[in-house]
Write a protein that binds this ligand. Structure first.
Ligand code: FAD
Ligand code: SIN
Length: 521
């Protein structure tokens, strides 16, 4: 007789671990997988600017209005209201008081709130410019302490559903439900069948389908692709947010230069030394991200340059020295010979955040039974057509906790004969060896296609070209996937292709320019 875990969580960032902690403390048995060698290697870990928190005098309706405006009034009203009302208090109750996350303080010992673009209030808590690292480490340590089982170097391959996988034909006629997933042990290449009463997808975003991204290599859209293959609704896939400012340096992979630099005064100038943002928005440097990104692209195109400059040194109005307030950015730039407390920073946009995702309700429930999605993988409706800075960590936290509460309340066991009807993974008969050079070549082509034709500025012709190019790769990659001995790189390639096709399909379908989906035709 097969056993099912109570809760299987795919992903160990803020969303996955927040859910894991609540489920575990309610007495459930929780297994959380991370495909990285370290479970702390997540997008969460790299967050710089910070997280929106409750601040005296800051009204929930003001935050709600800021999110709506940045999202071009395309978001889901109830979800935005929920985030604005329930979210900011959790930073104190859950992150600080329970889990023990530390945030930076000002000279008088009070919490140091910072500002970011399109916020009408300085309401963001941070830890220097390494807010994500502080949150990630505290969550992991707490989760391990209370007995969440975290299994690193394990890559989920596909969800197991009753309709798709059961050997009992009667399951075809039942409501679709998820019973677990197949997962690869990266080192031994063994594929395990992990059964669970419910599955929480918390696998993050898809930045790596673009040639230039702020995201770490793990962000390849795996959960979105898995959910879509299993038949879950995925919405708003055309809305990929590009961050306006990443370091342009020949020896350093695109590295985020946080929006909080502009929140603390930094100004953007073009190659002629002209401050240009006031020509594009009355909010200047603090206009929403999509506006700043397009302004930079236009200035670069007009002047034939690959970057613009961000001057922090001459405009910084914070109280701490720059090298302390922005310690992470300062030291990375120093490695490239650039002193941000003296020199302007060459910056250029890069893919940053997926505003679309697996469609979920107020408790993170997807359109498939027993399947939840939380964090960047999900589309709760909060971000609309463009995300407001520092809402993402908060959304992951709130929906992680809400999904967990629902799981604790609702999840019922799966009858043992239904579990027994799930077959184990079938390895290919004469498996091909994976040539990594070929995998990387395919990846490069997908990334280039997405960057050139489905990026910041889109046209019908470009998107059709992307669609055709991706279809050409799809046939070859899917065949290779079927015949090969699986490894993490190949699983990611197939998922990257699937989500690239989702983004292009949605972008072609939506002929209306709005937020970060911008079409010039
Ligand atoms: P992640 O933190 O990305 O975690 C995903 C997890 O899923 C990882 O553990 C990964 O290993 C695992 N995983 C993925 N695929 C698989 C698979 N197939 N099998 C098993 N495991 C898998 N937001 C803010 O609100 N404020 C900020 O200041 C901020 N700064 C940012 C700075 C940078 C550089 C970046 C990249 C993002 C930033 N964001 C910020 C966005 C925010 O960090 C992310 O949206 C958020 O952390 C996502 O959290 P998550 O829990 O959904 O996923
Ligand atoms: C940043 O620090 O600029 C990133 C903030 C975010 O993505 O919310």
């Amino acid at each position: 007789m097969r056993e099912a875990r109570d809760v299987l969580i795919l992903g160990t960032g803020i969303a996955g671990l927040s859910a894991a902690i609540v489920c575990r403390e309610a007495g459930l048995d929780v297994l959380a997988l991370s495909k990285a060698d370290s479970p702390d290697e997540t997008n969460t870990r790299y967050a710089q600017g910070g997280i929106i928190a409750r601040k005296e005098g800051d009204d929930a309706s003001a935050l709600e209005a800021d999110i709506q405006l940045a999202g071009c009034f395309y978001g889901k009203t109830e979800a935005i209201r929920r985030l604005a009302e329930e979210g900011p208090g959790l930073v104190f109750d859950f992150l600080m008081d329970k889990v023990g996350v530390t945030f930076s303080r000002d000279k008088s010992g009070g919490l140091d709130y910072t500002g970011e673009a399109a916020h009408s209030e300085r309401r963001i808590l941070h830890y220097e410019d390494r807010s994500g690292e502080a949150i990630q480490k505290a969550l992991s340590a707490y989760a391990l302490r209370i007995g969440v089982e975290i299994r690193p170097a394990t890559t989920a391959i596909d969800l197991i559903t009753n309709n798709h996988h059961s050997t009992d034909c009667q399951e075809l006629y039942q409501e679709r439900e998820v019973f677990g997933c197949f997962a690869l042990d990266n080192a031994s290449r063994r594929v395990d069948t992990i059964l669970a009463r419910c599955v929480v997808l918390a696998t993050g975003g898809l930045g790596n389908i673009y040639q230039y991204t702020t995201n770490p290599p793990e962000a390849t859209g795996d959960g979105i692709a898995m959910a879509h293959r299993a038949g879950a609704d995925v919405i708003n896939a055309e809305f990929v947010q590009f961050h306006p400012t990443t370091l342009y340096h020949k020896d350093i992979r695109r590295f985020l230069i946080s929006e909080s630099l502009r929140g603390e005064g930094a100004r953007l100038m073009n190659a002629s030394g002209e401050f240009f943002m006031d020509r594009y928005s009355e909010l200047g440097e603090l206009a929403p991200r999509d506006v700043v990104t397009r302004a930079i692209i236009e200035e670069m195109a007009r002047q034939g340059t690959s970057y613009v400059l961000l001057d922090l040194a001459n405009y910084y109005h914070g109280e701490q020295p720059i090298r302390e307030r922005f310690r992470g950015i300062w030291s990375t730039c120093m490695e490239g010979g650039l002193d941000i407390s003296r020199d302007p920073i060459p910056v250029t946009p890069a893919a940053h955040y997926f505003c679309g995702g697996v469609k979920v309700d107020e408790d993170g429930r997807s359109s498939i039974g027993r399947l939840y999605a939380v964090g960047e993988i999900s589309c709760t409706g909060v971000h609309g057509a463009n995300r407001l800075a520092s809402t993402s960590l908060l959304e992951g936290l709130l929906w992680g906790l809400r999904a967990a509460a629902r799981i604790v309340r609702d999840t019922v066991p799966i009858r043992s004969e239904r579990l027994d009807a799930v077959p184990d993974w079938k390895y290919p008969v004469a498996a091909e060896t994976v040539e990594l050079a070929l995998v990387y070549q395919d990846w490069n082509q997908i990334k280039m296609t997405m960057w050139n034709h489905a990026g910041i500025v889109r046209t019908r012709k470009g998107l059709e070209r992307a669609d055709a190019d991706l279809s050409y790769h799809a046939h070859r990659i899917r065949k290779f996937y079927k015949d090969a001995n699986l490894c993490r790189d190949l699983i990611e390639l197939r998922n990257g292709l699937d989500v690239a096709q989702l983004v292009v399909g949605a972008a072609l379908h939506n002929e209306h320019s709005i937020g970060c989906h911008y079409r010039t035709d």
